[in-house]
Design a protein around this ligand. Structure first.
Ligand SMILES: Cc1cc2nc3c(=O)[nH]c(=O)nc-3n(C[C@H](O)[C@H](O)[C@H](O)COP(=O)(O)O)c2cc1C
Length: 291
């Protein structure tokens, strides 16, 4: 059993936001999914205050050992999440729910946190700060002082554990993690996707409908390890490590670098049972070490 921000989890493997749609998976795999649920907690895809259509296609590009996505966070908005997704998740999930949220202003984030406060199904909140700041074009979480100020504004709006999902697209991720902690975050998670570009054949510009995208998968594993290690040395709050995890050995590396939990993202598209496999491989490793 692992203790994380007051949650008791069966093992240290959870899903990365946006990479495992539990309600869609249930339609494909049926009740079996919930009997052997792959993750120790379930993280929702990002929800925003208002509905978003997402980016125009194409939305994916396969790169060497990685995936560039420009999905654009399509979702039905807060109201639809509360009315439709949340009751379905409450009825189905055998593990704690972490709801991932994003807002383009502190007021928007505050409004979402207010609405989630009354929802007992939501065990914790993950705040995605990889949203572009309309004034600067940088991610809103890319500036340590700005991130701390955002946290000071929104932290009092929620009594639930608040995990700040840091952006890797910044000069100093450890300083951003320290800013999140100073602003009252209970944990940080990283890494989100790295900004990347794929060009269409024939010189006709960006391949992805949204322009640039975010790189994930094995290609970012060593970057994730470096960033998790730096952040874990800088903060005292728990760290959730992710980025290219595809095996128990990859998860072990992130735990050794200082993470308390590990999240599996892109690998779940290749193998929907990856979460269980990675938790099992980790456990086997523990057993081997113990023997
Ligand atoms: C298709 C796709 C959709 C994603 N959607 C979200 C999202 O909605 N919110 C979020 O915080 N991160 C999102 N991510 C980022 C992942 O949660 C994760 O941080 C990143 O992919 C690195 O992990 P990985 O290499 O194991 O995929 C998404 C990633 C992918 C590939």
């Amino acid at each position: 059993m692992i203790e994380f921000c007051g949650l008791k989890l069966r093992h240290p493997v959870i899903n990365a936001s946006g990479c495992f749609d539990v309600l869609a998976a249930a339609r494909v795999f049926g009740d079996e999914l919930f009997e052997q649920f792959p993750f120790a907690a379930y993280v929702s895809k990002t929800i925003t205050l208002r509905a978003r259509a997402g980016n125009p296609p194409p939305r994916l590009w396969e790169s060497a050992a990685g995936l560039i996505n420009s999905i654009g966070l399509p979702n039905g908005g807060l109201r639809a999440y509360l009315e439709t997704d949340l009751p379905a998740l409450a009825a189905a999930l055998p593990v704690p729910l972490i709801t991932n949220v994003m807002g383009s202003t502190p007021e928007e984030v505050g409004e979402i946190l207010d609405a989630l406060e009354a929802e007992a199904t939501v065990a914790a909140i993950e705040l995605n700060v990889s949203c572009p700041n309309v004034a600067t074009g940088l991610d809103i979480g890319a500036d340590p002082d700005g991130l701390e100020a955002l946290l000071h504004h929104v932290r009092p709006r929620s009594s639930k554990p608040l995990i700040v999902k840091l952006t890797p697209n910044t000069a100093d991720v450890a300083a951003c993690a320290a800013g999140a902690q100073a602003g009252g975050a209970d944990a940080v998670s990283l890494i989100n996707t790295l900004r990347a570009l794929a060009l269409a054949p024939g010189g006709s510009g960006a391949w992805l409908g949204g322009g640039s995208g975010g790189l994930s998968g094995p290609a970012i594993r060593t970057v994730a390890l470096a960033q998790v290690s730096r952040v874990a040395q800088r903060v005292t709050i728990p760290v959730v490590g992710m980025g290219g995890v595809a095996s128990g050995a990859d998860a072990r590396d992130l735990l050794d670098a200082g993470a308390t939990l590990v999240a599996v993202g892109t690998e779940s598209f290749r193998d929907p049972a990856a979460g269980s496999r990675i938790a099992r491989e980790l456990d086997d490793g523990f057993t081997q070490i113990a023997h």
